[in-house]
Design a protein around this ligand. Structure first.
Ligand code: G3P
Ligand code: CA
Length: 358
């Protein structure tokens, strides 16, 4: 049965096969896939805090992922977006009430408080809180500050002392064109810090990722560090109107990406779409096409709550309950992905290890 399932898969025909029945495809380099702790172990601690990154490392993640934005004084800090009301207690600080603003970021109107309107010293007075309080514990709210990228690299260097294989860092430039337009570009401080901490060359334990194209091309001109082009499930890069992510994910688009990047970070359903009822469908040719172009593939984002899992892997009807994340990840590992972003390195690491031991 395994042979038939693999043959159907290779022909892009519907297989109806379970993950166990499909012969797993190899990664690009043939090694084990990497687990990227998405915003740290963000399923268990408030995202983008040193506590979240620390737990991710304790749980065996291969890389930690900080999303990066800038402060008014040009310091790179870890936040998923420059508007910080969802993940900090800024709204409860009366001294910052007048900083509330409405801005257009990448064509979308956003109201709230923005990192670029705060000095680092001001941001440091805020405390992180859970983004998804209906799905996750809020026990750790109010305990941790916003880390700078420099603090993350310092922490990582300490965590890596004595390790044979260092835990890597996987920074994302958030809204790079927007920040460049307001005079706070990511590139120079990002490259300077990585260089200062010894990240040099194509084999350094770092991947720099972006949904935009221009900043990756600019980084490639200045650096040979590994780069990842993120590909969303819809729309296109904010800095390339007229270019769609769908076109970028085609064989011709992937070939173009390979001219400046080492891999892609696609929305996971571009690899295994869901059927109408929400079960996992059959894989597309994206992993095979990307590998043919010489690109690694690191899809996002794998989460254990029923709310996010495909029908078939849910563990009940409570959206905050936990289902079988390992089963979902197994289906993706069978396609030959080179790594995956997960909020739950606890489950992701165990699943990848189990797969590698087979
Ligand atoms: O960077 C990979 C993944 O994190 C992209 O989505 O929005 O969570 O940064 P986002
Ligand atoms: Ca990210």
């Amino acid at each position: 049965m395994k042979r038939l399932c693999a043959a159907l898969l290779a022909l892009m025909l519907p297989t109806g096969c379970s993950a166990d029945e499909v012969v797993a495809q190899p990664t690009l380099g043939g090694g084990p896939p990497i687990v990227i702790a998405h915003r740290g172990a963000s399923g268990e601690r408030p995202e983008h805090t040193l506590a979240s990154y620390r737990l991710a490392i304790e749980l065996g993640a291969d890389y930690i992922e900080p999303d990066l934005v800038l402060t008014k004084d040009g310091i790179l800090v870890a936040r998923h977006e420059n508007e910080i009301s969802e993940t900090t207690d800024v709204a409860a600080h009366p001294e910052f009430a007048s900083r509330k603003a409405t801005k257009t970021i990448d064509g979308v109107q956003v109201t709230g408080w923005f990192t670029e309107d705060f000095t680092l010293a001001e941001l440091k007075t805020l405390r992180a809180r859970e983004r998804l309080p209906k799905l996750r514990s809020t026990d750790y709210d109010g305990q941790y500050d916003i880390p700078t990228f420099e603090e993350i690299l310092t922490f990582l260097a300490q965590a890596n002392q004595g390790r044979k294989i260092p835990v890597g860092v996987y920074p994302e430039t958030k809204h790079p064109s927007y920040f460049t337009a307001i005079g706070l570009p990511h590139e120079a401080p990002l490259l300077a810090l990585l260089d200062r901490f010894g990240y040099r060359g194509r084999t350094a334990p770092v991947f720099i990722q972006s949904f935009e194209v221009g900043n990756l091309k600019a980084l490639r001109a200045k650096s040979d560090l590994p780069l990842i082009q993120l590909i969303d499930g819809e729309g296109g890069p904010a800095d390339a109107p007229g270019t769609s992510y769908a076109a970028m994910a085609s064989p011709a688009g992937l070939k173009a990406i390979a001219a400046y990047a080492d891999g892609i970070g696609p929305y996971k359903e571009l690899i295994i779409p869901r059927r109408a009822l929400g079960t996992l469908g059959d894989p597309t040719s994206l992993v095979r096409d990307a590998h043919a172009a010489g690109l690694k593939v690191h899809p996002w984002t794998f989460r254990r709550e029923n709310y996010f899992l495909p029908l078939g892997d849910k563990g009940g009807i409570n959206p905050a309950g936990h289902g079988d994340l390992g089963a979902e990840i197994d289906a993706y590992l069978a396609t030959g992905i080179d790594g995956l972003f997960s909020d739950n390195p606890r489950e992701a690491v165990a699943t990848v290890k189990k797969g590698s031991a087979k």
